[in-house]
Design a protein around this ligand. Sequence first.
Ligand code: ZN
Length: 422
Amino acid sequence: MFMDEKAFFTRILGIKLPWFVNQVIMDEAAQRIDIYVDHERDIRVRCPECDTFYGMYDHAPERVYRHLNTCQMETYIHVRPPRVNCPVHGVKQIDSEVGENGSDMTYAFESLIIRVAQECSIEATARLCGLSWDRGWNALERAVDRGRARKEHRIPSRIGVDEKSIAKGHKYESLVYDIDAGTVEFVWDDRGQESLERYYRQFTKEELSGVKAVAMDMWDPYIAATKAYVPDAGKKIVFDRFHVMKHVLAAVDEVRKSEHHELSESGEQTLKGTRYLWLWSVENIPLWRRGEFEALRAKDLQVCRAWAIKENLRHLWDYRYEAPMRNYFKRWYFWATHSRLQPIKKAAKTVKAHIDNVVTYARHRITNALGEAINGKIEKVKRMACGFRNRSHYRTAIYFHCGGLDLFPKPPTNPTLCFRAT
Ligand SMILES: [Zn+2]
């Protein structure tokens, strides 16, 4: 292979005439290579709007793109993209064949950053790729913007709405999932009605009528937003079974706490260390604690009754039709409200107030369990980001990791230059 370094780089960069490598400068001390790409003089330039070739107008200022390292040396590509003066579209810059307009990285380098960032925290990505945090972050933001611009405008037919706390306790984000695709479609600050309405407002009434089911928590602002925008929402909202159970579980825990308190006053430690025994579903109680659990159940404890009521409610979701589901609930409700356990009565009333959209489960059979899976991913995103500097960073990271987006930059498929003769 006899080639000088210009021919060599032209070849390995895959640069095609009329483009060529004009100069290669290696700075050994700085461990850096600068490659200057130029084009033949006798060319025509493609208008990016109408794809017609015209004579060259002038050059845009030089752009410098960071490229994949050449061996261990940081490598930069310099290019001055020509501009075209289209009679219809005016003076236009062309996409460089090396990297996107507005980016300081080649297509190949930017794609590498995205692949690394899919596996690592942004800190690690920046460190591994020899970038500042900000430049690494910019690449992520460009990837998300690119992906969202390419995303098809459509509302999924089955969506899940969930809230996610971001700082311990107080700050919330609203998330909309595509239940079937397993992607996050939308993230917005807060968990008020307005947050969810922002999502719905992107769609026409006709598009919104394509929504078949919406899984959510028993949370008034989400209910109100969905009723305001989704036609026939009353039949489509399904309160998430795990959230419904959570209310009852909290009640069981309250019963245990106050009973434990009473018992300890008289010196009895019967319920000490038993919290999870009552919260676990019966099949999840670890083998080694089953004996202990059976012994407790033999005693006449309030928490035992609360536990039995909780376990029975779980069967509500076994029904395949709404009418028997309602009947089952009625019997359960009677039992719960006659239990003489205040927290259980209160939880039962909350569920009853929402029962119309609990039993919609029979038809739609959706939960936010997918949301739980995505929540796991989001927890990982949070850890990987080690403290987003602001909430818009957090949103970007969620779209990046959970949005199911096409994130990668793509070189133009048609040549941007041609020889005048052709
Ligand atoms: Zn044009």
